[in-house]
Design a binder for this molecule. Structure first.
Ligand SMILES: Nc1nc2c(c(=O)[nH]1)N[C@H]1C(S)=C(S)[C@@H](COP(=O)(O)O)O[C@H]1N2
Ligand SMILES: [Mo]
Length: 322
């Protein structure tokens, strides 16, 4: 195994929620996960021949952001596991617009220009509005929620998101009674996000929820993470967090939200509907053709844990499905 030098610029500041001990266990992570071949470690740490540079870019804060982050933690959401080490969460991403490797987004997503950023909210609403991201941030009261995220690929993490309930945004536009679903869309910029040059894939990325799900207190729009603004690889400037569903429902870098009266076609469901259900609630009883769904591996420690129905959030959401 190559010698791993932890660079100074990787060191984290005091306002981050990750406990020190998680960092000390890093070597165990490397030993304990599937990512143990020398080649993979080489790619992860930037010493492979064709790997992107070893970057963990500094998050830039503007004046507005300095006044709103970090945000107060909402004690309602408690965790049964340690918060995932930030530098693992921030370098192990799914953001297919920027490549299919887990290390690709942290490198390639930095090209995305996230300011200014407009979010168009419309469809079956009384007050269709295009929000400027910074104006929106000024009007929302932000909170931190420490939540589990379970990817259908059987890995999991636990992260401190910062943002506001999705319902708070929807209330501003006044949904009409006939709206039954919400359709969310990511940017389409194929020359910046070269994954979108794959014309046989249904870009832009689209996701959807029922209106009831979108209004549930657990449906959250994140603009920050680990005490600071959201880095691009995590879906800056604003992404959905629906922790009782598989990770692919938590759509990143949203530009458009539409209230509709039909079930919207979504990216993964269109590509492979048998593997990516529209509803996609985390459920260990429903097997997946490619990945075990009864257990999950924490991306930093390699700990294996049983996967919980609704990812452990049944008390908040199970009532919607009876
Ligand atoms: N636009 C967009 N959103 C996306 C994805 C994507 O490829 N594109 N990947 C999804 C998947 S599969 C997962 S598991 C989560 C990963 O979020 P993270 O990289 O912040 O951990 O983002 C989801 N949101
Ligand atoms: Mo995922």
């Amino acid at each position: 195994m190559p010698h791993i030098h932890i660079k100074k610029e990787w060191e984290i500041s005091d306002n981050l929620a990750t406990p020190e001990s998680t960092y000390l266990r890093r070597r165990e992570f490397l030993k304990g996960t599937a990512l143990t071949t020398a080649a993979t470690v080489g790619v992860l740490y930037g010493c492979g021949p064709s790997s992107p540079p070893n970057v963990f870019p500094e998050v830039k804060w503007n004046a507005l952001e300095k006044s709103i982050y970090p945000a107060k933690r909402n004690p309602m959401y408690e965790l049964d596991r340690p918060i995932t080490a930030e530098k693992i969460a921030a370098t192990y991403n799914n953001f297919y617009e920027f490549g299919s490797g887990k290390i690709d987004p942290v490198h390639y997503a930095q090209k995305l220009n996230t300011r200014p950023w407009a979010i168009q909210v419309g469809g079956l609403v009384n007050k269709p509005t295009t929000f400027d991201m910074d104006d929106l941030l000024k009007t929302m009261s932000l909170e931190e929620r420490v939540l589990r995220l379970r990817c259908v690929e059987a890995w999991a993490m636990a992260v401190p998101w910062i943002g506001f309930p999705f319902s708070e945004l929807l209330k501003k536009v006044e949904p009409k009674a006939e709206a039954t679903y919400v359709r969310l869309e990511t940017f389409y910029q194929p020359f910046t996000a070269q994954g979108q040059l794959a014309f046989w894939e249904p870009w832009p990325y689209v996701e959807g929820l029922t209106i009831k799900e979108a209004m549930n207190e657990l449906a959250f729009l994140a603009t920050g993470i680990y005490g600071h603004p959201l880095p691009k690889q995590h879906g800056a400037p604003i992404r959905l967090v629906v922790p009782w569903k598989y990770g692919f429902k938590s759509i990143k870098s949203i530009v458009k939200i539409e209230l509709v009266n039909y079930r919207p076609a979504t990216f993964w469901n269109t590509l492979q509907g048998l593997e990516y259900d529209f509803t996609a609630n985390v459920d260990p009883r429903i097997p997946h053709p490619r990945w075990p769904q009864t257990r999950e591996k924490m991306i930093d420690t390699g700990d294996i844990r049983p996967t919980l129905p609704y990812n452990g959030y049944g008390e908040f959401v199970a009532k919607m499905y009876t």
